[in-house]
Design a protein around this ligand. Structure first.
Ligand code: NAP
Length: 251
């Protein structure tokens, strides 16, 4: 019932995890997909061929989202190749253990660069194009951590809080151009990012704080992203959609 037929989506960090699941679901809905990644070309190519097998156009494009020149070049290439970008999903992100009493300056900067600037840069590159077309849809991926904080991951939590306030700032700013800006905030989702924690000694403590009693799957995140990208949500902008088994209420 949900169709993105004929649309073009750029999804950052789509070589694996949640981004890959979003790319697959968008393709099933008829959407052409640009699969951004930073380093794992083999994983991106695997995603590309799976997406293409669903009958849409797909291309993998390497770019570090924290590097403005690389992002600008990728967006220009995407528009030239596909003719336009209707939907931008800012999904690329990193999550690193980094206690405040022993903070790695390098990890602090990398986290802020990838998670904050890496959300700004694709938006800055795509928005003039969307404004000219007077239509567009931007979905940013935040986290429960951006709302309630996360011990030992304060740079990550701060970066994801920034993604929420960025979403809330841009929704009214871009509304007159018919560009919607929303956010999906996952809780624990079993991907490469979190798998080690989910099989560690901490597992029971983690699951205890999730009312539904389990981590989510990447596919369970993709559905809400598709909803926000679709015609079923045309009156929603500036919203933070929590997809976390109720965890944000309990941490
Ligand atoms: P993941 O499995 O670690 O995948 C991360 C993806 O982002 C990969 O495709 C990776 O590509 C790409 N990436 C990382 N840094 C990049 C950069 N600088 N430029 C371009 N691409 C980059 O992560 P995930 O679990 O799917 O997470 C996706 C999003 O959900 C993130 O924003 C994350 O913070 C958020 N989230 C996840 C969870 C969870 O429990 N998994 C919970 C809350 C929020 P390469 O491999 O090529 O580097």
């Amino acid at each position: 019932m949900i169709s993105l037929n004929g649309k073009v989506a750029l999804i950052t960090g789509a070589s694996r995890g949640i981004g890959r699941a979003v790319a697959m679901l968008f393709a099933k809905a008829g959407c052409d997909v640009i699969i951004n990644y930073r380093s794992d070309a083999a994983a991106a190519e695997q995603t590309r061929s799976k997406v293409e097998a669903l009958g849409v156009r797909a291309q993998a494009m390497a770019a570090d989202v924290a590097d403005r020149a690389q992002v600008d070049a990728m967006v220009a290439n995407a528009i030239q190749t596909f003719g336009r970008i209707d939907i931008l999903v800012n999904n690329a992100g990193i999550w690193k253990h980094n206690p405040i009493y022993n903070m790695s300056e390098e990890l602090l900067r990398e986290t802020l660069d990838v998670n904050i600037l890496g959300t700004f840069y694709p938006i800055m590159a795509v928005v003039p194009h969307m404004m000219a077309r007077k239509t567009g849809n931007i979905i940013n991926i935040s986290s429960t951590a951006g709302q309630r904080g996360e011990a030992f991951h304060s740079p990550y939590a701060a970066s994801k809080g920034a993604v929420i306030s960025l979403t809330k700032s841009l929704a009214p700013e871009l509304a007159e151009y018919h560009i919607r800006v929303n956010c999906v905030a996952p809780g624990w989702v079993d991907t490469d990012m979190s798998h080690e924690a989910l099989i560690s000694d901490d597992r029971e403590n983690i699951l205890h704080l999730i009312p539904l009693g389990r981590a989510g799957t990447a596919e369970e995140l993709a559905g809400p992203v598709l909803f926000l990208a679709s015609e079923l949500s045309t009156f929603i902008t500036g919203e933070i959609l929590n997809v976390n088994g109720g965890a944000v209420l309990c941490g």
